[in-house]
Design a protein around this ligand. Structure first.
Ligand code: NAD
Length: 291
């Protein structure tokens, strides 16, 4: 059996504040120096979670990554790029047991370690969810999409809770199709609506103990997950033409918001859905209607 626990060199000092896109003193302003982040959802350099890793590292965080075994070789190639990455452990959030694996392995190597930040940047729906008209998608693929893309936040929190540092911050990634129709997003819209409800439910469950949970809702960004959505390029074109900022957002835009949500600067914010979408969600009738 493959050995799945891999520790890499510690190098917190490499995550200097000067590298932060928030400016020379950004890391110190964010008060994230020395904090530990568990990051779930890195599959490639294009992953939103990877940009969040870079931003948190620049602010002085130590990173522990959970990776899906099918992306293991890609993720391991990335470890050289960020000294702040302390360890990798496998995770599959589709079941309780496979979610537990990450926490068992992490705690076996770092007994009693605590996490200040948890990033849940996970989404998946079987291709059938996109290929069939929504009325005819069978239960099995719907359930697979729901359990990985929505209910996994609850499973992850259940296992993380005993290992959370005081005043921790958890961030998940959603999409605005949760509340308004988007072509071809189909079952994932339902999963994102459930994920947003989980965000509010869990924020209220852990809030009395000082822990926060929020969701960022990015505009469309070309990543592996997005590549499975038919017509995605048309959505990118449309947003670029019509969003108030007349551009699409990128992974760094999302990472900046994530760093703020991770930091005590956002200490009064929980249970929220925060749009990082160049303002697109504020529009009802696009300016281009008169073209
Ligand atoms: P990505 O493909 O880089 O990341 C998706 C991640 O989900 C991968 O790392 C994959 O390993 C992980 N994953 C899938 N199934 C899993 C499982 N069973 N167990 C553990 N991990 C699993 O794509 P991304 O765009 O960076 O996606 C990150 C999040 O952002 C997703 O929730 C996605 O829905 C959300 N989001 C993306 C966009 C976009 O346009 N890219 C827009 C809004 C929201």
């Amino acid at each position: 059996m493959m050995h799945m626990v891999h520790r890499v060199g510690k190098g917190l000092e490499a995550g200097v504040a000067g590298e932060s896109m928030l400016g020379g003193t950004g890391g110190f302003m964010l008060e994230l120096e020395g904090k530990t982040a568990l990051v779930f959802g890195v599959a490639s350099e294009e992953s939103i979670a990877w940009a969040i890793c870079e931003q948190l590292a620049a602010a002085g965080c130590k990173l522990i990554l959970g990776f899906q075994k099918r992306f293991m070789s890609r993720v391991f190639q990335l470890k050289e790029k960020l000294d702040a990455i302390e360890a990798f452990y496998p995770i599959d959030v589709s079941t309780n047991e496979l979610t537990a694996e990450f926490f068992t392995e992490w705690q076996a190597e770092s007994h009693g370690a605590k996490a200040d930040i948890v990033i849940h940047a996970i989404g998946f729906a079987p291709q059938e969810c996109f290929d069939r008209p929504i009325l005819f998608v069978e239960n099995e693929p719907i359930n697979a999409a729901m359990t990985v893309s929505a209910h996994s936040l609850q499973r992850l929190m259940r296992h993380a809770l005993p290992h959370l540092a005081p005043n921790s911050s958890t961030i998940t990634l959603t999409y605005a199709a949760s509340t308004r129709w988007v072509p071809n997003y189909g079952v994932m819209s339902i999963a994102k609506a459930a994920l947003e409800a989980w965000t509010r439910e869990l924020a209220n469950h852990v809030g009395p103990d000082g822990h926060r949970i929020n969701a960022i809702s990015p505009g469309p960004i070309p990543t592996l997950a997005a590549s499975g959505i038919p017509g995605f390029d048309d959505i990118l074109d449309h947003v670029e033409r019509n969003a108030p900022l007349r551009r699409n957002v990128n992974q760094k835009d999302v990472a900046g918001c994530a760093a703020w949500l991770a930091s005590p600067l956002s200490s009064g914010v929980t249970g929220q859905i925060i749009h990082v979408d160049a303002g697109y969600s504020s529009i009802m009738v696009p300016d281009s209607i008169s073209d």
